[in-house]
Design a protein around this ligand. Structure first.
Ligand code: PGA
Length: 253
């Protein structure tokens, strides 16, 4: 991993009211190692972003991300949140294509490409999620599937346009299940993803783009996962909701 950025992002999903969110942030600040060089990104639900931005304004170590943004610029899309809105409340990042969005809200690759476009137009770093389901791994089509997720969504962008891209490999069978990918499975897929990036966008791009692992990453297994050559950090769900666990993960590099 060496020269690449180290990143730990917390995906809070649909958890935490405003007061719960503020105490979680305070807990993280208490537990965070002041000397950490890891980039920490918190991704709370959209209504909490503005308040969390005010709460973390003077803390350069903590960045904010949204969990989603619309593929539309603005207009009559009741309930949706635009990339410009997300940017306007202090976000630098936005998660795009989380498997829960693909599965519960039928998001497809064409739509995800549009979302990434909106994110980039608004100077947000997309944290683009890819990963196979259990049956796809059992059928041994996981490499092809992940390659298709990458190429179909990113093929119309140039390496320059994708300068701010972060990828998150999240095997769906590992998300929220307590079943983590082994270090071997994670490293093998991350190296494969990097190879696909190299074939599509060149070596320079592949070498510098962070690839995070997500799926039951926790305070116990983070150290081994982050020690893998091509794992540049984690996208953490459940374990990001407890300050001490989240900070142990951040300190696992
Ligand atoms: P998990 O979720 O850590 O709870 O498995 C990860 C994610 O969905 O991003």
């Amino acid at each position: 991993m060496g020269f690449r950025r180290k990143i730990v992002a917390g995906n809070w999903k649909m958890n935490n009211t405003l007061s719960e969110a503020l105490s979680l942030v305070d807990g993280i600040l208490t537990n965070l190692d002041a000397s950490t060089t890891t980039e920490v990104i918190l991704c709370p639900a959209a209504p909490l972003l503005s308040a969390l931005d005010s709460h973390t304004k003077n803390l350069p170590k903590i960045k904010l991300g949204a969990q989603n943004c619309s593929e539309h610029v603005s207009g009559a899309y009741t309930g949706e949140v635009s990339a410009a809105m997300v940017k306007s409340v202090g976000c630098d990042y936005v998660i795009i294509g989380h498997s829960e969005r693909r599965m519960c809200f039928n998001e497809n690759n064409k739509q995800l490409a549009e979302k990434i476009k909106r994110a980039l137009e608004n100077n947000l770093s997309p944290i683009f999620c890819i990963g196979e389901k259990k049956e796809e791994r059992e059928k041994n089509i996981h490499f092809n599937l992940v390659k298709t997720q990458i190429t179909e969504v990113l093929q119309n962008f140039s390496a320059k346009e994708l300068d701010k891209l972060i990828l998150a490999y999240e095997p769906v069978w590992a998300i929220g299940t307590g079943l983590t990918a082994t270090t071997q499975q994670a490293q093998e897929m991350h190296a494969f993803i990097r190879k696909v990036l190299e074939e599509t966008f060149g070596k320079l791009f592949a070498d510098k783009t962070p690839i995070l692992y997500g799926g039951s990453c926790n305070a116990q297994n983070a150290k081994d996962l982050f020690a893998c050559d091509d794992v540049d950090g984690g996208l953490i769900g459940g374990a990001s909701l407890k300050a001490s666990d989240f900070c142990s993960i951040i300190n696992s590099f």
